[in-house]
Design a protein around this ligand. Structure first.
Ligand code: NAG
Ligand code: NAG
Ligand code: NAG
Ligand code: NAG
Ligand code: NAG
Ligand code: NAG
Length: 355
């Protein structure tokens, strides 16, 4: 027999309001210490077949590919100063947080500029160490000259987007399994040109909020002029129930968050061409020519806009819980083959650039 106390608890759990929506700041990556909490990949892109070398921390500093600018913002960029010879790759950055964040976490980034341009494939995302186990959450991602951000989950089989409460009607796919649709993931597009590319910067940038909760995963995007007042100050706490309807939402009903997701490491990366941006059909949608020889090779002037300018990343934990797993001697090294449409076609293109 269920005790009356337990049935009260079960009743509460059925109400959305019973889920934690209030979070307190546990970590801020900002200012001159921004890069202290991150590991640099330090290897060529052996994850998504990009024509890119993710440099180590020393090279990132000496080549000025990751630094804090005079305004106090973190710059994460592709090398636009070097001439790359045919068959070589171009230097760029991939960093992941040393700490990982458990279910019951929110992460917010405030950015002034995001990378864009033909052959450029940037992402602000997260994953557990043993992909696809533990899942992947892509908050910000795009390729080439697309005009809108895409948001995606990648998981083991069995996670789908069902009955989302979200403002976007641009749902590209609902099966999050890495085995479905060539690992496209369950993709929702942000229905705003200000969420990507030149229009993002022209609008003064904006804010992406990611909530990783046991009730589901949700993402909000706010262009500069529509950032809610509760997030405009140095908010030491956030209440996600006050942010309005998220632009994308994957409720636990179709995807058991506890089963498919584990503590996430947060990642910024910019690769070039590769499985997604370099896919011939995808590339032809917004760019002319061929990804590697016509863009990566040469003097790099095509990469003047291939940078993130980040005011801060803040991480919050559900009130009363410690959701931080402090830096362990563990590096994220498993492949994360992100959205892939036509791997064979991409491989043909990429063959040109094989080492
Ligand atoms: C998703 O759908 C939107 C709207 O139809 C489209 O603009 C976008 O290219 C699609 N994204 C992908 C990755 O197919
Ligand atoms: C907010 O935080 C930033 C970075 O920590 C700091 O430079 C700024 O002075 C703070 N602003 C206020 C109003 O506290
Ligand atoms: C870089 O290469 C492009 C394309 O080949 C060319 O148009 C441009 O003038 C070059 N820039 C410099 C500074 O050499
Ligand atoms: C690289 O791009 C930046 C803008 O992102 C620009 O200020 C700089 O002059 C460019 N460097 C070269 C060598 O063209
Ligand atoms: C949270 O737990 C981690 C262990 O994973 C510990 O290192 C850290 O100090 C704890 N943080 C707080 C604020 O208690
Ligand atoms: C990528 O390179 C790193 C560093 O050499 C290595 O630890 C990792 O196993 C490689 N990953 C794959 C998928 O090859």
């Amino acid at each position: 027999m269920i005790s009356s106390k337990l049935s009260v608890v079960l009743g509460l759990l059925a109400l959305p309001g019973a889920w934690a929506t209030s979070y307190s700041m546990v970590q801020e990556y900002a200012g001159t210490t921004f890069f202290d909490g991150w590991d640099f990949y330090g290897n060529y892109d052996n994850l998504t077949n990009g024509d890119a070398i993710f440099v180590d921390a020393n090279q990132a500093q000496s080549l000025k590919l990751a630094y804090v600018n005079d305004a106090g913002n973190a710059i994460i960029k592709v090398d636009n100063a070097s001439t790359v010879a045919y068959n070589d790759k171009r230097n760029t950055i991939r960093i992941n947080t040393k700490d990982r964040y458990e279910v019951g976490s929110v992460w917010i980034t405030d950015m002034l500029h995001v990378p864009f341009g033909c052959s450029v494939w940037p992402a602000w995302w997260s994953q557990a160490p043993h992909w696809p186990v533990g899942g992947e959450i892509d908050t910000f991602e795009g390729v080439n000259q697309v005009t809108m951000n895409q948001m995606t989950l990648h998981t083991e089989p069995g996670c789908t987007q069902v009955n989302p409460v979200q403002s976007s009607t641009l749902v590209n796919s609902t099966d999050c399994s890495f085995q479905a649709n060539s690992n496209q993931g369950c993709v929702v597009t942000t229905p705003s040109p200000q969420s990507y590319g030149e229009a993002f910067a022209q609008a003064g940038g904006g804010m992406f909020v990611t909530e990783y909760a046991s009730s589901g995963i949700s993402i909000w995007f706010f262009s500069r002029s529509s950032i809610p007042s509760s997030l405009q100050s140095n908010a030491s706490s956030v209440d996600t129930s006050a942010l309005g309807t998220p632009v994308a939402n994957w409720p636990t009903g179709g995807c058991n968050i506890g089963n498919f997701f584990q503590a996430q490491s947060l990642i910024f990366d910019i690769t070039l061409c590769g499985d997604f941006a370099g896919n011939a059909a995808t590339f032809a949608q917004t760019c002319s020519g061929t990804c590697y020889p016509d863009y990566v090779v040469g003097n790099g002037s095509t990469y003047d806009n291939a940078y993130f300018e980040v005011q801060y990343v803040r991480v919050y934990g559900a009130n009363g819980q410690n959701t931080t797993i402090s830096a362990a001697p563990l590096s994220i090294s498993r492949p994360s083959t992100k959205a892939v449409a036509g791997v064979a076609a991409a491989a043909a293109v990429l063959g040109l650039a094989a080492w």
